[in-house]
Design a protein around this ligand. Sequence first.
Ligand SMILES: Nc1ncnc2c1ncn2[C@@H]1O[C@H](COP(=O)(O)OP(=O)(O)OP(=O)(O)O)[C@@H](O)[C@H]1O
Ligand SMILES: [Mg+2]
Length: 388
Amino acid sequence: MSKIYIFTGKGGVGKSSVSAAHALKSASMGQRTILVSTDMAHNLSDIFEIKGEKDIVNVLPNLDLYEIDPGYVMENEYPQIMEYVTKLMTGTGDMDLSELGMIPGTEELFSLLRIADLQESGKYDRIIVDCAPTGETLSLLKFPELLTWYMEKLFPIGKVGVRVISPVSKHVFKVEMPNKQAMNDIEKLFMKLIHLQELLKDREITSLRIVTTPEKMVVEETKRNYMYLNLYNFNVDGLYINRILPADMDNAFFDQWIRIQSEYIVAIRDTFGALPIYEIPWYDEELKGIDNIQRIVDDVLKEEEVFDQKIISDRECFTQTEDGYDLLVSIPGVEKQDVDLYQAATDVVIKVGNFKRNIPLPNVLRTYEVMGASFEDGKLTIRFGKGE
Ligand SMILES: Nc1ncnc2c1ncn2[C@@H]1O[C@H](COP(=O)(O)OP(=O)(O)OP(=O)(O)O)[C@@H](O)[C@H]1O
Ligand SMILES: [Mg+2]
């Protein structure tokens, strides 16, 4: 079964370098490895000093490189559906699109679907994903869930066949229904989206890794990123502190910086104590070319255990209680007063600052109500009961 490692972090912290180092390490262990970039501003081919290609290229024994062009994937594999989804997303219907929060470019989704295909193909032991900077990654990762949610609302798939409701929908939603071909594609896409969510949230398949640097703004964003990834129920099981100045520089200018960095390193260790933490030195040159990337491998990734997947936060689930069900959601690093919770039709909505997540209730819970909630140590427990 292929494992997926997704590297995220703020712009410029070293995601591409660190993910490339993992790819080198993995290939040298004899594992069939593919390094994938979902960042539209690809730079893996720069790092490996090769010409950029739209398709998969082999760069070393056991190591392939793939800079995904979602537009290309979309046009080649889902031509019908794109036209239709674009129409939906631009809001020609009566549905309240604001409910969805911001909808990022649908294009991004296709990179993820591509990764799901690679995973399913079984061609690789490890799929290492180099992401675009945080903001985009977050929308990328929450997109499958959002879109599944949206499709569930629009087409009650599972209750009525999609094709059956076609004439009704046109009337109710004032949305032009897709043609038959696109409809098949939508059903397929819907199933794929569900599968994709499963893959990304499966603790035995997907690891999220965060790259950071020891400076204030980056650490702050790292905390938010971690909270948000947890809110969306991804398992973050590794943190990389990059660009650490060597302690023995003997230069007054850098002494101050070394002190500042070490304060943040301590703070990071405190905050992320639950995670394996890797510390990467600041090198004396840019990390271009395999030899330079290999330096990270030699200094920090010596142990094969870096690929072990650890369960840091459990997979979210509803557990039965005496008078109903409990749902536990991990939201580390926030205060109780920052968490807002309400029930909207068939969803529970959790709001943390600007972040909002709709969790659709499973059918068995449709007749239940939120009876209460408690928040302790970064864990939100929502209690569902039958009410009066
Ligand atoms: N530990 C390090 N020592 C020296 N240079 C580094 C180190 N880590 C990264 N760099 C350099 O910093 C630059 C940014 O690194 P990289 O491209 O890996 O970051 P990124 O997080 O992928 O950036 P982006 O957000 O733009 O995709 C590159 O020129 C890289 O060679
Ligand atoms: Mg990058």
